[in-house]
Design a protein around this ligand. Structure first.
Ligand code: COA
Length: 233
């Protein structure tokens, strides 16, 4: 039956969890362009989202943590990393599912003011939960980071990753980055053009769209809870 709640659900792209295999585009299909990944709203995350970011990163298995951080980060190391994110300096953004869980998180870390490259360079780190991979979320978060960094006056974006990280290196190369490989580790560098009116307006519009999407999901959750309330009681 088509209900108000199902209508609210249909407004958002990012699914609540794993999608059935039949509907899920394979990496190969996405890669060959047969299934175009749909655009999803990407929302800026602040200190109030620290706990959700923590939960997202703790959900990564050992292999993913190794890929994300360059070492097999323990739970304590993940907790410390999250506690130390400087939201005043850096930008963190993510993709929510309908349950308002973060299924993808990106961290754009600006070079600290004490370094020679302060204000001119930034580093990008990203993670997408396993079930949500191959849908273009990693690439969309990277595109968002490029735009934000550009608008902040950054000239060079850097990605440190393992040489075996095909997906991350593919994202970087497709954006035009130069990859320097040093054994098991690789560094990708992307030179950014100065900001333009277009990049600033796009950032503003995308931020507003993501906010609207988040509010809709929030309201949808509240309605679902209300509807479930009497049954639960
Ligand atoms: C790297 C990561 C963020 C990619 O996220 P994603 O949402 O699956 O990436 P996308 O769907 O945008 O795919 C990006 C590209 O990689 C390709 N790709 C995705 N998974 C792949 C895989 N397992 N093998 C080969 N290519 C792959 C896609 O086809 C796409 O290429 P295309 O644009 O030419 O079609 C994700 O795998 C992840 O979270 N890994 C663990 C953490 C990590 O490695 N972080 C990066 C280091 S900071």
């Amino acid at each position: 039956m088509f209900t108000f709640v199902s209508w609210l659900r249909s407004l958002s792209d990012a699914p609540a969890g794993p999608v059935p295999a039949a509907r899920k585009p394979t990496v190969a299909a996405v890669h060959k362009g047969r299934a175009r990944p749909s655009r999803v709203p990407i929302r800026a995350l602040g200190p109030r989202c620290r706990d959700r970011i923590r939960r997202h990163l703790l959900a990564l298995d050992a292999g993913d943590r190794y890929m994300r951080f360059g070492y097999a980060a323990s739970d304590e190391q993940v907790e410390r990393y999250v506690a130390q994110i400087d939201f005043d300096r850096d930008e963190v953004f993510g993709i929510y599912n309908r349950r308002l869980e973060l299924i993808a998180v990106a961290h754009l870390a600006y070079a600290p003011a004490t370094t020679a490259s302060a204000g001119r360079s930034a580093e990008f780190g990203v993670s997408v939960l396993k079930f949500a991979r191959g849908r273009g979320y990693g690439a969309q978060l990277f595109a968002r980071a490029v735009m934000q960094a550009r608008n902040a006056g950054v000239q060079q974006l850097m990605i440190q990753t393992l040489s075996e990280n095909t997906a991350m290196l593919r994202i970087a190369r497709r954006a035009g980055a130069t990859v320097q490989r040093e054994g098991s580790e690789s560094e990708a560098y992307l030179q950014l053009p100065p900001p333009g009116i277009g990049s600033r307006v796009t950032q503003l519009l995308q931020a507003q769209a993501a906010e609207v999407d988040y509010r809709i999901k929030q309201r949808s959750r509240q309605i679902q809870r209300l509807l479930r309330g009497p049954q639960a009681a």
